[in-house]
Design a protein around this ligand. Structure first.
Ligand SMILES: Cc1ncc(COP(=O)(O)O)c(C=O)c1O
Length: 371
């Protein structure tokens, strides 16, 4: 075979649809309200902001390379072993990708569900591996991962199973028992990646973010982020809690200084500020059910959510489609997230905002439906 005449990407890479984040502006609208990226309406802890000021002198020097300061703060708050944490200064996205880079070879299979977070597919294709996409179960008020169908998709080629718990954009979650069932059905050489980006918001008593499973097994990891409840999406901080052997692998392939001193100091202050944490949990627990109930009154289906957003279903055609709702809301300064790229073309996802933002968004949805 004659070699190509131009630099050529690995198989799979040109099959990737680049990730498109939630919109943040609307043409002609001076100050739109962004409820499209599941960011925290409360913003960061004041203690994190103070740490940001204090960290300024660190900018001219390389950081401590292992993220020790941040790992120790996370370990202290969550009761974990700091040696089994790896941090990322490019979000938990980067950790999800690094896991694929480390464990997927060309032709290997990677399992995730139909409406899973888009990064799993990108990371799989980027490694010339094969995405195995498993249908989810739909009930009256939820679209949920089907554990049995996920297990039925396992073959000798399976290397990774990714699962967001709770899932974005459906908001549904697996409880402790369901996740344990998924893990128990996997061969021991398959890595179960539990992406717990929204774990902090979950109030269900039967939820387990992944710490117990990671502590007890060699083939489970849990990723977490500072982008959601901690209000630090712009800081790009994530972490993974993993078996020692997986941490060893990640520490070999990650960037040598992948978490800056500034990120470590701000993250450490943020995770230690439990008052701000509980304020954000309380705010979400108050407004998530309110938004769900108020939008349901319009006749629209809104799925039960364990996270900080809701998935709203619109009729597939006629005057009340998701596209028309999106256009109406945008013109009135509210940006929700279209989720066609997640296989949900008739839905919009709305993040819980401030009281004022929630009331405005809900009243506009009511106006749209009443018109
Ligand atoms: C399920 C899920 N995982 C991971 C992420 C990425 O978070 P980070 O900002 O840490 O990269 C998101 C962000 O939208 C998410 O929804």
């Amino acid at each position: 075979m004659t070699p190509p005449m131009v630099p050529t990407a690995k198989p799979g890479i040109l099959d990737i649809s680049p990730y498109v984040g939630g919109r943040s502006s609307v043409a002609g609208v001076a100050k739109a309200i962004k409820l499209s990226s599941n960011e925290s309406p409360l913003g960061p802890s004041p203690k994190a902001l103070a740490a940001l000021e204090e960290a300024k002198p660190s900018l001219s020097l390389y950081p401590e390379g292992s993220g020790r300061l941040l790992r120790e703060a996370i370990a202290e708050v969550h009761g974990l072993d700091a040696a089994r944490i790896v941090t990322s200064g490019d979000g938990s996205d980067a950790l999800l990708t690094m896991l694929a880079n480390a464990y997927l070879q060309p032709g290997d299979e990677c399992i995730f569900s139909e409406h899973a977070f888009l990064v799993y597919k990108i990371a799989t294709l980027a490694n010339s591996a094969v995405p195995v996409i498993v249908p989810e179960k739909t009930t009256n008020s939820a679209i949920k991962v089907d554990v049995e169908a996920m297990l039925a998709a396992v073959t000798p080629k399976t290397r990774i199973v990714y699962i967001a718990n709770p899932n974005n954009p459906t908001g549904s979650m697996l409880n402790r028992e369901e996740m344990a069932q998924l893990h128990a059905g996997l061969p021991s050489n398959v890595l179960l990646v539990i992406d717990a980006a929204y774990a902090e918001y979950v109030t269900a008593k039967d939820y387990e973010a992944g710490i117990e499973l990671v502590t007890r097994h060699d083939n489970v990891v849990m990723t977490r982020t500072f982008s959601k409840l901690y209000g630090l999406a712009g800081l790009r901080l994530g972490w993974v809690y993993a078996p020692a052997a997986v941490c060893d692998v990640l520490n070999r392939i990650r960037g040598p200084f992948n978490t800056s001193t500034l990120q470590q100091q701000v993250g450490a202050a943020a995770v230690r500020d439990r008052d701000h944490f509980w304020l954000a949990v309380k705010h979400n627990s108050q407004w998530l059910p309110w938004i769900t109930a108020e939008i349901r009154k319009t006749g629209l289906r809104v799925d039960d959510s364990a996270a900080n957003f809701v998935l709203i279903h619109f009729p597939p055609d006629g005057e009340k489609t998701a596209a028309k709702a999106d256009a109406f809301l945008s013109q009135n300064g509210i940006i929700l997230r279209g989720v066609a790229s997640y296989g949900l073309p008739n839905c919009l996802r709305m993040t819980v905002g401030t009281e004022e933002q929630n009331k405005l968004a809900v009243s506009l949805i009511q106006q749209f439906m009443a018109a």
